[in-house]
Design a protein around this ligand. Structure first.
Ligand SMILES: Cc1ncc(COP(=O)(O)OP(=O)(O)O)c(N)n1
Ligand SMILES: Cc1ncsc1CCOP(=O)(O)O
Ligand SMILES: [Mg+2]
Length: 508
């Protein structure tokens, strides 16, 4: 993921789906969704369906020669970064598409293929005559499949299986990731479940997979026609913009919640789902279910600064030695982090113990990166943990010891997840490319920083990564509470002067 813009060109999403003359689903939904989310949609129509709000009258498949001509024409000047597949009307189309995807993936190696297996129309009636065996043949070419649970049961042949088991079975059939949509579920939960077995950033097997579960309240509305297609095309649009699957998933769910909330309570009319632009309002974002969070209910000790009350944490130097700490403490900063890597245990303990002693006479809040046991042992003010540390660290122990906790996040999924742990601050990074740490695939950019800030509660938010004096004003204008920097200070010709210049631009 690199969300820092490199050009003003819109990402291109192809939709290979049916047209719905009643305007809500299929290609209409995909175009409205793409437009709403800043993606350019090219449409390859598989069928010209005749339907209204009561019934599907006919399907009218398009000949594969026409589809092939459209692929050839579009490849010349509008190659896709994502393809969303919806209705496939017959086995000619399925076989043609399988061969086409193989060729396209050779030509565009980064291409992501999303398949929304539309079998049944929401008004009733079957849209596709494909058999299960035929559909399965497509799965190995699919990066993300988005069935609802009935479709997932039909694909796997499993009954009474959990969403997790269904997703796992579908990934074993060949798809790289599977999102089971809970929206139409008659099950107790309306959670959406995602199993990611290797898409984008980690090569994994289905047994070594990552799962995400998002939960939202149910929206009562009759304006939902095309919601499923819109979810899959929103996912495509977010992925085309460069978001990781977990963040595309979270934002797509927010996009759907936002649309479903538009006409709540308007009954007796079968209306189309309404695309309402990029979801920014925290109220539409789903809950992120986490086992770690369920154990913690109380907030971590506070920094004495809340996001809303106007006081800011300001500059947050992240340094790696006692010498730097001694040099910066007299400058009267609100917060400093000691981030020591690759040091033997005895030396490390000595450094942390000394750092805590050095910081005692100052009002500066000293955070220790990574080494939470030593931070507790020596009575540091706080601990900073990364995502990888969250599972192994004993958060309850940190909380019980009264230490403050800062957590790194990289995108909206992790931000919402970490927020539920009620830490003392949340960090977002890397805002820009940085030489200090390998942040490949995790560059947020300023726009995404602003979007994440819209999800913030009263917990202070720190921006980190590639921030220097030239870029600082723009970062500060987003409304962050603090900017954490390493090299902008440690490599500055005059570090004290650099600190002062940062502070000057953070006034107001
Ligand atoms: C303020 C702040 N934000 C993020 C980080 C990065 O922490 P982490 O993800 O644990 O990575 P390392 O720093 O351990 O490499 C941080 N240290 N401080
Ligand atoms: C530790 C860390 N975490 C995210 S980016 C980063 C490095 C920040 O260093 P710099 O300020 O030199 O870009
Ligand atoms: Mg760390």
């Amino acid at each position: 993921m690199n969300l820092a813009p490199t050009s003003k060109q819109k990402p291109i999403l192809w939709t290979i789906s049916g047209a719905d003359c009643s305007g809500g689903a299929g290609i209409a939904a995909d175009i409205k969704t793409g437009f709403s989310l800043g993606a350019e949609v090219c449409s390859l129509m598989t069928a010209n369906t005749v339907q209204n709000s009561h019934k599907v009258f006919s399907i009218n498949p398009v000949n594969i020669d026409v589809l092939q001509q459209q692929v050839d024409a579009l490849l010349a000047d509008k190659p896709p970064s994502v393809i969303k597949i919806g209705l496939l009307a017959n086995s000619y189309q399925l076989n043609w598409l399988s061969l086409t995807l193989i060729k396209l993936k050779q030509r565009v190696p980064e291409l992501a293929v999303i398949y929304d297996p539309v079998g049944q129309a929401s008004v009733g009636g079957y849209l596709s005559s494909l058999t299960r065996a035929e559909l399965l043949s497509l799965l190995t070419l699919v990066d993300i499949i988005t069935p609802n649970w009935q479709e997932a049961e039909a694909l796997t042949g499993l009954k009474q299986a959990s969403e997790q088991e269904l997703a796992h079975a579908i990934c074993q059939l060949g798809a790289k990731a599977c999102i089971i949509k809970g929206g139409h579920s008659q099950r107790k939960t309306s959670d959406d479940y995602c199993l990611d077995t290797g898409f984008h950033y980690k090569a994994q097997t289905p047994d070594d997979s990552i799962s995400y579960r998002l939960s939202s309240r149910r929206y009562q509305t009759s304006y939902s026609h095309g919601g499923g297609c819109s979810f899959a095309s929103a996912l495509g649009a977010f992925i085309a913009h460069g978001y990781l699957l977990r963040d595309a998933f979270t934002q797509s769910k927010a996009f759907i919640n936002q649309g479903l909330s538009a006409y709540q309570g308007e009954d007796n009319y079968y209306g189309a789902f309404e695309q309402q632009g990029w979801p920014r309002d925290a109220g539409y974002f789903p809950g992120v279910l986490t086992a770690t969070g369920e154990k913690l209910t109380a907030p971590f000790a506070s920094l004495g600064i809340k996001r809303q009350n106007g006081k800011k944490l300001g500059l947050y130097p992240v340094i790696d030695s006692l010498a730097w700490l001694e040099r910066l403490l007299p400058l009267g900063l609100e917060i400093i982090q000691l981030r020591v890597k690759n040091t033997d245990p005895a030396a490390l303990e000595h450094i942390i113990a000394e750092a805590v002693k050095l910081a005692k006479p100052y009002k500066t809040r000293l955070f220790i990166n990574d080494h939470w046991q030593l931070a507790i042992k020596h009575g540091a003010y706080g601990v900073h943990l990364g995502q990888e540390d969250l599972d192994s660290a004993d958060l309850a122990q940190i909380q019980k010891a009264g230490l403050r906790l800062g957590i790194s996040t990289h995108g909206c999924y992790e931000f919402l997840l970490a927020q539920q742990l009620k830490p003392s601050y949340l960090a977002i990074g890397a805002i820009f490319a940085t030489q200090t740490k390998d942040m490949t695939g995790q560059i947020q950019g300023l726009d995404n920083l602003s979007r994440l800030l819209a999800l913030a509660t009263d917990i202070p938010v720190v921006a980190i990564g590639g921030i220097n004096l030239e870029r600082a004003a723009k970062v500060w204008q987003t409304g962050v509470d603090s900017m954490a920097v390493v090299t902008a200070i440690t490599l500055a010709a005059e570090p004290e002067q650099a600190v002062n210049r940062f502070r000057q631009l953070m006034v107001g």
